[in-house]
Design a binder for this molecule. Structure first.
Ligand code: ADP
Ligand code: MG
Length: 336
């Protein structure tokens, strides 16, 4: 990608990942870590101050080139997405994001413009959620690898957990499904338009932090749908010791998905596609109106897609679609 050597490790960190006091003052987009940060980057550890009485929610995820995203995806989207998938885990618990650390492995062909765009995508999303980058590590390696650990805060009794769904609860999702899969498919078909809705659903997912916070005290159980609706609903059911009756006609399909894939495949993408990063929650039917109202206040919609039942297993849809993405990955030449 570049025949120009990158600057040394420390200079590279200073230029692109140290957005606090030590960063270049010419960088107007600098994200200044403040909230709960006693000491940010520059020493051996960051020193952090969680609010008294809160619990720390901690989660880590690795994104690998050509495994979790196409290596030649826009670098700004790679940065955005790597943080977004981590923030989604905090959203799933109903946690408020606070801090993150970033471990990067960079191959030799990474250029400075690539790094600049990558860090911009990352910092933009960090700023949008008021989350501070407080440390990290940079190494050289054969494959591009991005590991992010996020920290969030929760009240002592407030987390949305995978267990707790009760028979009679409604099952609901926080947004339309299948868009990410449609976008990945579009990427392989050569789509590159910056305003392509499906492509953006895949490349620039929006973690449902606000929805998680708004639904935290109403959800009896929940998680994010990163592995696909059916797979993740399966996790929720197993952990809660319940089953689910879905209403296929109520499953919200991403805008443009049917047109792009046809009705049959669109439904498959929504059920088994993965990477949508919406939340799936169970809630008491008596809380439905409140939940809808709170979502509406955020400009979001809550889609009820079924009900929790005592009989184990998922009914109402073709559960064989669960492995759908894997077939697609094979079809696409094993690139992803
Ligand atoms: P050490 O040798 O103690 O591991 P490093 O030289 O790796 O320290 O890092 C120096 C400082 O820069 C540390 O405070 C570290 O947290 C920070 N840092 C290193 N890499 C990154 C990164 N990718 N993003 C943010 N901060 C980083
Ligand atoms: Mg280090």
């Amino acid at each position: 990608m570049s025949d120009q050597a990158l600057p040394g490790e420390f200079e590279l960190i200073r230029r692109y990942f140290m957005k606090g006091a030590e960063a270049s003052t010419s960088d107007a987009s600098a994200h200044r870590p403040t909230r709960g940060v006693a000491l940010g980057q520059g020493d051996d550890c960051a020193l952090l101050l969680p609010e008294v009485g809160t619990r720390l929610a901690v989660s880590v995820d690795t994104s690998l080139a050509d495994v979790h995203f196409p290596r030649n995806a826009p670098p700004e989207a790679i940065g955005h997405r790597a943080l977004a998938v981590n923030l989604s885990d905090l959203a799933a618990m109903g946690a408020r994001p606070c801090w993150f650390v970033l471990a990067l492995t960079l191959p030799d062909d990474v250029s400075e413009p690539w790094l600049a765009a990558f860090s911009e995508g990352l910092h933009d999303l960090a700023r949008a959620h008021d989350i501070a980058l407080v440390g990290g590590d940079v190494t050289r390696g054969r494959e591009l690898s991005i590991t992010i650990t996020v920290h969030g805060e929760l009240p002592a009794e407030g987390a949305i957990l995978r267990h707790g769904a009760r028979c009679g609860d409604l099952l609901a999702v926080t947004g339309a499904l299948g868009g990410a899969h449609g976008g990945l498919r579009a990427w392989f078909d050569g789509a590159r338009a910056p305003d392509d809705q499906l492509l953006n659903a895949y490349l620039r997912p929006q973690p449902r932090i606000e929805a998680g916070l708004a639904l935290r005290d109403l959800a009896t159980a929940g998680l994010d749908i990163s592995d696909g609706l059916l797979a993740d609903l399966g996790h929720l059911c197993t952990r809660s010791g319940v089953g689910a009756d879905l209403d296929e006609a109520s499953i919200p399909l991403a805008p443009g998905l049917c047109e792009a894939l046809g009705a049959e495949e669109a439904l498959g993408a929504a059920l088994g596609g993965g990477d949508d990063y919406e939340l799936l929650i169970a809630l008491d039917p008596r809380d439905e109106a409140t939940a809808r109202k709170r979502m509406k206040a955020l400009g979001l919609e809550l889609y009820v897609i079924g009900r929790v039942v005592s009989k184990e297993g998922i009914r109402g849809v073709d559960t064989k679609r669960q492995g759908w993405q894997h077939f697609y990955a094979a079809d696409s030449g094993g690139v992803l």
